[in-house]
Ligand binder design. Structure first.
Ligand SMILES: Cc1cc2nc3c(=O)[nH]c(=O)nc-3n(C[C@H](O)[C@H](O)[C@H](O)COP(=O)(O)OP(=O)(O)OC[C@H]3O[C@@H](n4cnc5c(N)ncnc54)[C@H](O)[C@@H]3O)c2cc1C
Length: 404
């Protein structure tokens, strides 16, 4: 056998998986057609950021990643949800969730994706049992009960006991295995970029709802000596395209207004990137010698930092099963166990986050008013608040978790 595991996809999920399995002692090949862009302002760099929720830390630690990431990680202490759906874009209802109400630890940490790629590929270089091959795609999959063969775009074939597909929402491995996926399109796009602002963010992450989708500011370390945040701004497709193409000055005026001037006038501090918003779930998360994880298995709109955190939960289960029975890696009963342990929880989260997204998109005035009243009522009840906060921390696995 060439490798224990082939990880297809070197996005954040695939790189984390390769580092985690490699650190656990498995031999790993990770392939990705796109070379990782590890410089913030380079063409093609991923300007999204990832808010890792609290439980992610132990896994990143086990993968030998946390110590590399910690110096760059911005703690998320308070999550603020705001409704600004009135006549003018002003905050009507604001609810704060303070991590200090639960424990001494923050909710999580925010890190730019381009920097995650730099540190994660650096970690893979340290592991002698991991081979990372950027520039190479997985193009075909042949399995039998004892092994999987993956055809690669360089014309070679690699053999392994298990293929972990982390090759994104259009997963070539999922298609090759004939596993379908159910997709919901919202007609929305998200703009992702960085800003600087005169008022410090004080480690508060803010989600502002008005219409079209939320406008979210997530703390980043200072940039050019000024307080800085990452922004995800969701709007219906044509409006998002209009914003993408606005001259910088006009864009800055619109985004400052949309932010309710919360942190003062916002200055654009990066390129603007644009992402289509869908939710999607694969029909099942396994087939012979194959496990689907991350966006190959499930996609949610970027609300409540659920996407990659769900992917890390996939990885936690796969790793536990692999370490529990290394001799039986990739066997059908273990893959069935993976599916059983993840599917219902993922399906509930996909449904919950999709529902929150629909609520957030509402543009009709009465519905917006109802949303504000809902936020008011929901977050005023102390037990509900606490439950939502714990869900945000990933402590439980039911729907509604995207709210905190
Ligand atoms: C605007 C925005 C903000 C977000 N913010 C957060 C957040 O704060 N917290 C959070 O938890 N989640 C967040 N998410 C979700 C998160 O970014 C995704 O869940 C996560 O990045 C998906 O990772 P992935 O590795 O599965 O997919 P991708 O990043 O799409 O990676 C898939 C990789 O597979 C490669 N690939 C494609 N085809 C092949 C092939 N044939 N063979 C091999 N490789 C292949 C691709 O080149 C790519 O590198 C956000 C999403 C968006 C859109």
């Amino acid at each position: 056998m060439d490798h224990d595991i082939i990880v297809t996809g070197g996005g954040i999920a695939g790189l984390t998986a390769a580092a985690a399995f490699g650190t656990a002692g498995f031999s790993v090949l990770c392939v990705d057609p796109a070379p990782p862009v590890t410089v913030r302002d380079a063409e093609g760099s991923d300007l999204r950021t990832t808010a890792f929720l609290q439980p992610a830390r132990a896994l990143l630690d086990r993968a030998g990643l946390w110590e590399r990431l910690a110096p760059h990680a911005m703690p998320l202490q308070v999550m603020r949800i705001m409704d600004a759906g009135g006549e003018v874009a002003e905050p009507r209802v604001t609810r704060d969730f303070d991590a200090a109400d639960l424990s001494d630890a923050p909710f999580g940490w925010n890190l730019p994706n381009w920097l995650l790629r730099r540190e994660m590929t650096g970690r893979l270089d340290e592991l002698p049992n991991v081979v990372f091959r950027p520039g190479v795609a997985a193009t075909g999959l042949f399995t039998r009960s004892s092994e999987a063969r993956v055809r690669l775009s360089d014309g070679t074939t690699a053999r392994a006991r298990l293929v972990v597909a982390a090759d994104g929402r259009n997963s070539a491995m999922r298609n090759a295995a004939g596993i379908g996926a159910r997709t919901t399109r919202f007609g929305q796009k998200a703009l992702a970029f960085a800003v600087t602002h005169p008022i410090p963010h004080e480690n508060v992450s803010t989600e502002i709802h008005r219409t079209g989708g939320p406008f979210t500011l997530v703390p980043l370390p200072d940039w050019d000596g000024r307080p800085s945040s990452a922004v995800v701004w969701m709007e219906e497709g044509p409006e998002a395209m209009r914003l993408l193409n606005l001259p910088v000055e006009a864009f800055e005026a619109e985004m400052s207004a949309r932010s309710t001037h919360l942190l003062g006038p916002l200055t654009l501090a990066s390129r603007r990137t644009i992402w289509p918003i869908i939710s999607q779930i694969a029909e099942r998360f396994w087939s012979e010698r194959l496990a689907l994880m991350a966006e190959a298995a499930h996609v949610v709109p970027p609300i409540g930092a659920q996407g990659l955190n769900m992917s890390l939960a996939d990885l936690r289960v796969l790793l536990e099963l692999a370490e529990g029975a290394p001799d039986r890696l990739g066997e059908a009963d273990l893959l069935q166990a993976y599916h059983r342990r993840r599917y219902a929880e993922v399906a509930a989260r996909v449904a919950g986050v999709s529902m929150l997204n629909r609520v957030s998109m509402q543009s009709a005035r009465p519905l917006r008013d109802a949303r504000a009243a809902g936020i008011q009522a929901l977050y005023s009840a102390a037990p509900v608040r606490k439950a939502l906060m714990q869900l945000g921390l990933g402590a439980r696995g039911t729907r509604g978790s995207g709210t905190a």
